[in-house]
Design a protein around this ligand. Sequence first.
Ligand code: ARG
Length: 459
Amino acid sequence: MTTKLWGGRFTKSTVEWVDEFGASISFDKELVEEDIQGSIAHATMLKATGILSDQEGTIIIEGLQDLLREAKRGKLAYSEENEDIHLNIEKFLIERIGPVGGKLHTGRSRNDQVATDMHLYLKKHVKKIVELVKDMQLAIVEQAEQHVETLIPGYTHLQRAQPISFAHHLLAYYWMLDRDANRLQESLERINVSPLGAGALAGTTFPIDRNLTAEMLGFSGIYNNSLDAVSDRDFILEFLSNCSILMMHMSRLAEEIILWCSQEFQFIELDDTFSTGSSIMPQKKNPDMAELIRGKTGRVYGNLMALLTVMKGTPLAYNKDMQEDKEGMFDTVHTVEGSLKIFAGMIRTMKVEKENMAKAVSNDFSNATELADYLATKGMPFREAHEIVGKLVLHCIEKQQFLLDLTLDEFKEASVLIEEDIYIVLQPKTAVERRISEGGTGFSEVKKQVKIAKTRLGI
Ligand code: ARG
């Protein structure tokens, strides 16, 4: 004897730990609103097509609406015995409105039902994530606007390379996030498709109207193949891939923030509201949040790899393996939404230590390219100029000086082409200001970039 909704064919109950092992209610309860909304659309369609009588349809729809209200207030007490969110809701409905509740599942299977729930859930959260990405971009633009003329060493190989505008550096992340938001936005086209009505795998003999349910749920179309509809998890994989790239971008910025607020750099100070202390070392102020975001990037990658691996050997159509799609997806949604929220706040409140950045760009050789370009402009082949400047740098290192400390005689000794104006050319500010090739770090170009960035954000 069994009380399961699918118990007819069974003479014995499952052992308790089989229920426990197979149940997904502990996590798929997160789909409760989508599940009930999907059921309301399905019941409305059953009524409209005459598969259910008006009266039956109305009782079912009202029962579901009551359940939705209770779900929103967190009032539903789920049970593991009822396995998943779909069976829990159906059981509640039958308990409340009686056997007519059992008609809800006409022409439907949990396979198209769960796929529908997941599509609705992701649609909602992808939109939310796009908004959060935009807010982080806004935080970046706000800081960038304040720091167009703030200089910072630009690095390659984490070695000082050429001085750049701090705004330019920050805006590089704006553009990464711009692509992330685009990718997510474009993925909505594939998420916003209705699997409902595919049945268990083969469709149904009932005269259902799939376009009607799709329309009611705000989908822009339906899956053309019922087997594909119930077994497709590409839309989740695409989401996890997009989030992996987004997290990778956040992680790179997190890494820079961690470096910048170290004693070695001292380029920024994070606000107290986004930092933590040490339980033993009283002087410490740690960039924990940035570290956590960098760390959590690993779990999002892990979620992507896990689902790719779950899916790779599953034959058509639905297999219970696919229940493994959920925890990684929920976890990714929570991780990405949380990381974006934290990051925007961290950027908005950070203090930029302009003086320290200025010191860093004047006490180094990042103006060496300037000198080589100067000689090249005067007609010297660039390779030759490179060699001469390299030697001058070596000379400076031996004397513990920088290029701007050299006398004009010393410069002349290296090349007669060098004139007095070299002292202006080698200023870091001049170096940055003059890089006005399109997309370069020159102030006028960076200002243009800020403008484009703001326009794209609609401000
Ligand atoms: N809890 C299941 C899942 O998430 C719902 C679909 C179950 N379908 C089935 N035929 N057992 O995948």
